[in-house]
Design a protein around this ligand. Structure first.
Ligand SMILES: *Cc1c(COP(=O)(O)O)cnc(C)c1O
Length: 323
């Protein structure tokens, strides 16, 4: 599954994921899935985060949803019945990371309850690790998920065609696992988008780490002192700033701010240093570079930066095709 939430369900990028070979597009926001459907993308859409209040629209717009609450699944069943549909779900199991998931000891009861819902089909189970608790997906966790799959299939005489072992953090496990057992699916966002695995942010061979560039315009470029002048109080975000005296130096301001981006996630392409930021300005030490106003400064992004930049309505998105 290609995960499109970090790119706000941008249809052009989801399309590239499909061309790259993913079988499903998964997103945590229903709004993103609706956007991709409306753009004419043909695939099976998976909703990663299922909210009770959206049940009707989920049944209408999503092929498969990830679930952990029987009340929500009951609501999905109700609307699936009304819309004459079978809604497919993947049941998420808690394997130690403590984000979403049903405790393994409660799994059988959950599956038993879903078996009474005539418009719900359980097509798999899954787990999510290294997201909240930073727990590593390893052979032991994947074996546990495989075993749970086997037990459920035997106990309920069902088949679970999808066993979804995790996200971009599963790369290391996948590369080194002697056998993947029942795991036949991963839900991958960051690795596809930024070319790295996510346990150590190591690059994945053959992938591009800089497919995304953020470009900002220089709106001020001046020699200025490095120390502010006056009584120090709180800055725009309630912090008391501290400063390093580097004498008179060249500073530039770019038309970007914390409303658009996590400044700490910006990695300048050139030898520049980010000194600080407010909601709408980022101040940089431009060192030996002669950056005139109107010129551009380019940055690479990490996941948080990509997420924020894609979400900001003030940042124009431009797609460049490479052949
Ligand atoms: C966001 C998300 C993913 C994708 O995570 P990446 O680290 O981007 O690969 C997978 N599964 C779930 C449930 C998610 O919420």
């Amino acid at each position: 599954m290609g995960v499109s939430k970090a790119i706000l369900g941008e249809p052009a990028i989801a399309k590239a994921m499909l061309q790259g070979g993913v079988e499903f597009i998964a997103d945590s926001h229903l709004e993103n899935i609706i956007k991709m459907r409306n753009a004419g993308l043909l695939t099976r859409f998976v909703l990663l985060r299922t909210a009770l209040s959206q049940a009707e629209s989920i049944v209408q717009n999503v092929d498969i949803s990830l679930n952990t609450e029987i009340e929500t699944v009951g609501k999905l069943d109700h609307f699936a019945n009304a819309q004459h549909k079978i809604h497919q779900i993947i049941v998420m199991v808690e394997l130690g990371d403590l984000r979403e998931g049903i405790l393994p000891c409660n799994l059988s009861q959950f599956i038993e309850q879903t078996s009474h819902l005539s418009n719900i089909e359980v097509i798999g189970i899954g787990c999510n690790l290294a997201c909240y608790g930073g727990i590593k997906p390893n052979n032991q966790k994947m074996h546990e998920l495989s075993e749970l799959t086997n037990v459920l299939e035997q106990d309920f005489r069902i088949r679970l065609p999808i066993v979804s072992g995790g996200n971009s953090a599963n790369y290391e496990w996948y590369k080194s696992a002697p056998k993947v057992e029942r795991i036949n699916n991963l839900r991958i966002g960051e690795s596809i988008l930024l070319g790295c695995e996510t346990l150590h942010r190591d690059p994945i061979p053959g992938l591009h780490a800089n497919a995304f560039k953020l470009i900002a315009e220089v709106i001020e470029s001046k020699q200025k002192p490095s120390l502010p002048n006056g009584e120090i109080s709180q800055d725009a975000f309630g912090n008391i700033p501290t400063f390093l005296d580097r004498g008179i130096h060249h500073r530039v301001i770019i038309a970007l701010g914390r409303q658009d981006i996590l400044p700490s996630s910006l990695k300048p392409e050139d030898d520049l240093e980010i000194l600080g930021s407010s909601s709408d300005h980022v101040v940089l030490d431009s060192k030996h570079l002669d950056l005139k106003i109107g010129s551009e400064v380019k940055f690479d992004l990490d996941y948080g930066g990509l997420l924020a930049a894609m979400t900001s309505p003030f940042i124009q998105k431009k797609f460049v095709e490479f052949s």
